[in-house]
Each structure stands twice: as C-alpha cells, then as structure tokens.
Design a protein. Structure first.
Length: 353
C-alpha cells in the first residue's frame, strides 16, 4: 500500500490561491447573474404594469411574436422601446462611471460631476434653442459636446501626464462654466422652449420610441466591447504611471483610449435620454461593495446602472398618480445623499478623523 505523500508548502500555497481564485470567479458570476436578473425583473415590471395592466403571459406572447393587437400595441409600441432604452442608457452610464473612477482613482470622478455630461447638455441646449434642431441632430450635438468637453478637460489637466485629482478639479470648473452657458441660453429662449429643455435636462424617458432606441443601440454595440477591450490596461494604470510603464503598459495610449470610450458612452446615453444624474456616480461603488477586492468591476457596474435606471424609470412613472416624473429626479434622490455622505467622510478624513 502506498502511503500518501505530504504536500509541500509551495503546493499548499498554490492550492489555496487556486481556491481563492475559484471563489472570486464564482462570486463574480453570481453577482453578475443577480444584477442581470434584477434588471430583467425591472424590465418585465415596466412591461406589465401601467394604465392598462398586461398579464405576464400576454407580455411573453407579444415578445414571442404573438399576442392580441391591443397587447402588441401597448407592449411593443409604447413600453418595450422605453424599457430597453432605460436598460441601455443605464448600462452606458454605469460602465463609463466605473472607467472614470477606476482610471482616475477618485470616487468623485463621475461624468456628471467632472463636466462631461454638462458638455453634452450644453451642446444639446445650444443645438435646440439656437439652431432649432431636434431628433438625430440634437443627439449628434450632445455627443459632440461630451467629446469636446472631455477633450478640453484632458488638455487642461495635462502636465506631462494626468493625475486624478487635477482632472477632477479642472472638470468641476469646466462643468461650472458649461452650466452657466446653459443657463444663459435658457434665459434667452422662449418660455415653451425653455420648459421643454428643462424636462430634457432633468433626464427623461417620457415619450421615447424605437426611433430613439436604434441610434443608441447602434452606438453602444461597438462602444461597450471597445471599452472592455481597452480596460485590459486598466489594472496596470491604477498602479500609477511609473509602475504601469515599468510593467510594459502604454500609459498615455491606454489612458486616452479608456477616456475616449467612457466619454463617448456618456455622450450617446445623454443624447438618448438627457443627463440622468448620479447613475454613473453611484453604480460603480455599489458594484464594488458587492465584489470587494475585485478592482474596477466594469461589467457589474454596467449591470447595476441598467437595473438602477430601469427601476428608477418605473418608479418615476408610478410614484405619483396621473404624473410621470423625469427619471433623473428619482436617481438624484438616490445619488445626492451618497454624494453628501462621501464629501462628509472625505472632510473627516482630512481632519484626521
């Protein structure tokens, strides 16, 4: 009979490492599956509940290509494009927020705080009020504004490299200037035009149709995989420029690619639904708390954003009877307290508390 050989310390350590990796992979898969199910549950709830309730069986029949004409009109024409738009917009905001916060190593580095969303909204207001454009032209203006704002912030923050703190501070300053420009344009506009612009600026999915969804899907389909592909250098970049360069990473090329992808995601999402506040800000911290020690958590952040916007839009539709709130109002109720808590905690840390 052979006696079992004792494992060497190196073998035992390798076994423990492999078990930890397996546990992390399992937790990652379970969290992503749970977030995906939450997003799909919010989507189905949006399709079934409304002024005319549609049973889940009828919803499934419509999604399968059948159903009666009334259910097909309510589900396919009125509710499905809005629900899918909420899901896609939330995914884009969540993913972009995770990239910004991880790359700049700052929890305040969110596109709606550092000026990227302000650039998109200012350009959209200028396009609408000054030139009378709408539809795809308005969406194109919002995308161009986001990219231009991101470029200006990057160039102003460049000092032989880009530090997260400097980028955030310059972004906040640029955002303040863009908000002032936006306010000036609205004060010069007609009352009805300013009112419509204000609803869009709050972040709203009211009245959205397939015509709004297809351009967003057409842009998000290549941008999401491009962002995930560019994120292969994110782990090294989080260590700092010198350490990343020592590991062989192309620091500026990798950073610029990630910033461009994240900015474009913000631009297309804002173009479709307006600057829905705080989604990009709160989604990454939620995902990172669900997956502690797993880095930027880009995919979970994207799924968190999708579930958050879809649930917030359902709440905005049904919170008050006979009134549909802009979805940005609901997300701000969630995000504003978190921002205040984060600033208060940073203040205590600065005093050594």
């Amino acid at each position: 009979m052979k006696t079992p050989t004792a494992k060497t310390p190196i073998a035992e350590a390798a076994t423990r490492v492999e078990r930890l990796r397996h546990a992390r992979r399992t937790r990652f898969a379970l969290v992503c599956a749970a977030l995906l199910l939450a997003a799909l549950a919010a989507l189905l709830l949006s399709l079934t509940v409304g002024d005319i309730d549609v049973p889940l069986a009828d919803v499934w029949a419509v999604l399968s290509g059948g159903g009666d004409p009334g259910s097909r009109f309510v589900v396919h024409e009125l509710r499905l494009p809005r629900a899918l738009l909420a899901l896609t917009v939330g995914l884009c905001f969540g993913l972009s927020g995770a990239v910004f916060q991880a790359l700049l190593r700052n929890p305040l580095a969110s596109p709606d705080i550092i000026g990227v969303s302000a650039g998109a909204s200012a350009a959209a207001v200028l396009t609408s009020l000054a030139f009378g454009l709408s539809g795809l032209a308005l969406s194109g203006g919002a995308l161009a504004g986001a990219l231009l704002a991101g470029t200006v912030i990057y160039l102003l923050a460049w000092r032989g490299g880009v530090s997260g703190g400097r980028f955030v501070l310059i972004g906040i300053g640029v955002a303040a200037g863009l908000v002032s420009l936006r306010s000036y344009l609205m004060t010069r506009a007609e009352v009805t035009e300013a009112q419509n612009a204000f609803v869009w600026l709050a972040g709203s999915l009211n009245g959205r149709s397939w015509d709004h969804l297809w351009p967003l899907l057409g842009c998000a389909a290549p941008l999401v995989p491009l962002t995930l592909a560019a994120s292969r250098s994110l782990t090294a970049l989080q260590l700092g420029d010198e350490a990343a360069g020592g590991l062989g990473a192309r620091v500026e090329r990798g950073r610029l690619a990630l910033l461009a992808c994240a900015t474009a995601l913000v631009g297309v999402a804002t173009a479709a639904a307006g600057p829905i506040g705080f989604v990009a800000f709160v989604s990454p911290p939620i995902a990172r708390r669900l997956l502690p020690g797993q880095g930027a958590a880009l995919v979970p952040s994207a799924l968190t954003g999708a579930a958050l916007v879809c649930a917030a839009d359902f709440t905005a539709q049904h919170l008050l009877p006979d009134t549909q709130l802009p979805v940005g109002v609901v997300t701000s109720v969630v995000g504003a307290p978190y921002l205040l808590w984060l600033l208060a905690r940073a203040g205590r840390a600065g005093r050594g508390g």
